[in-house]
Design a protein. Structure first.
Length: 112
């Protein structure tokens, strides 16, 4: 998994004013490994290409601040992109785990 600051795209948004310590398209130092992994997966699936959709909305500024602190992301655009990628790539593990609970017979030998 690529590490922060290694040139892995977080955003291809040109001219980002909030991020001056990295080149455009690099994950800034301090961005969590989870953010990096999700954004790399989104890029591999082509979800970060061709940016033409625009989103506007009002949110609590403390929510934005907390999300940026937790992820290490510094720009609003990158934060929105990460949030959307997280939802798009969610594998629903917890939901599937709950559905599968009790479906394996107690007599089944699992090899350990």
């Amino acid at each position: 998994m690529p590490k922060a600051g290694t040139g892995t795209p977080l955003s291809s948004r040109k001219g980002s004013k909030a991020r001056t310590d990295t080149k455009v398209g690099e994950i800034p130092a301090g961005v969590s490994a989870r953010v990096s992994a999700i954004m790399v997966a989104a890029e591999r699936l082509g979800l970060l290409e061709e940016k033409r959709a625009r989103i506007t909305g009002a949110v609590n500024p403390e929510l934005v601040r907390q999300a940026k602190l937790r992820t290490g992301i510094t720009t609003d655009t990158d934060l929105i992109e990460f949030a959307l990628a997280s939802i798009a790539l969610d594998d629903n593990f917890a939901e599937m785990f709950r559905k599968m609970m009790g479906s394996v017979s107690p007599e089944q030998k699992l090899g350990y």
